[in-house]
Ligand binder design. Structure first.
Ligand code: AP5
Ligand code: MG
Length: 216
């Protein structure tokens, strides 16, 4: 299955991607995660991306697209993948279509995680990420009193772009540049909206239900 998760910052794309991708045995490809790995590795790509990410702006398309093209050419992505955070605007969506057509493939489905702005700010203010395995936690919803990952004992950190001011800007960028993808994919007939409020497991259940007519 070739899937895309779309939704505002904090909608739970990364959280749901880890469960949905594992349920479907496909790789989860998150452009945000790849950029952050480059930032912490101190690569040239990381240095460039950090400038944009810290402001809450999109990294330039040519850089992002080249990175995704390389990742999709890897062996584990040949029979399916779940993209989290890409595409992020209509030009990226158009190019993704072309890249997949080169492999003789296309997207099966785009899941839109639907949640309002206040919930997003609440979720991002308490987000913690594991520096070792990348698993996503929340200080209140997961009752995390320490800074240690329950899955691997790695140290948890708070993302630099989760300051309230930057979150508000990321939401504006989402409305301006990413939200148009909803009608883009609705026109293609492959968009399904999923209510992303309520407990994590409940959202995963809704997402799997939305996917079930297309899976297998
Ligand atoms: P990216 O990393 O993709 O950030 P984002 O889209 O802003 O999304 P987030 O990761 O903040 O939120 P999420 O939806 O994954 O939520 P999560 O599951 O963590 O991108 C970062 C930056 O990289 C961009 O700003 C840009 O600069 C650059 N970039 C990336 N892709 C790009 C592209 N294609 N083009 C150009 N630039 C690009 O959940 C959030 C919190 O809520 C967590 O604490 C979680 O535990 C909690 N939570 C989740 N679900 C629930 C629930 N149901 N109930 C309660 N809490 C929940
Ligand atoms: Mg994420």
């Amino acid at each position: 299955m070739r899937l895309v998760l779309v939704g505002p910052p904090g909608a739970g794309k990364g959280t749901q991607a880890q469960f949905v991708a594992s349920n479907l045995s496909i790789p989860k490809i998150s452009t945000g995660d790849i950029f952050r790995a480059n930032v912490s590795g101190g690569t040239e790509l990381g240095k460039l991306a950090k400038e944009y990410m810290d402001r809450g702006d999109l990294v330039p398309d040519e850089v992002t697209i080249a990175m995704v093209r390389d990742r999709l050419a890897e062996k584990d992505a040949q029979d399916g993948f779940l993209l989290d955070g890409f595409p992020r605007n209509v030009p990226q969506a158009e190019i993704l279509k072309k890249i997949l057509a080169e492999f003789g493939a296309g997207l099966d489905l785009v899941l839109e995680l639907v949640v309002d702005d206040e919930e997003v700010v609440r979720r991002l203010a308490g987000r913690r990420t594991c520096s070792q395995c990348g698993r996503i936690w929340h200080v209140d919803f997961d009752d995390k009193k320490d800074d240690v990952c329950d899955a691997c004992n790695g140290k948890l950190y708070q993302r630099d772009d989760d300051k309230e001011e930057t979150v508000r800007h990321r939401l504006e960028v989402y409305q301006e540049q990413t939200a148009p993808l909803v009608s883009f994919y609705a026109d293609e007939g492959i968009l399904v909206g999923v209510d992303a409020t309520g407990p994590v497991e409940e959202v995963t259940r809704r997402a799997m239900e939305a996917l079930s007519p297309y899976a297998g």
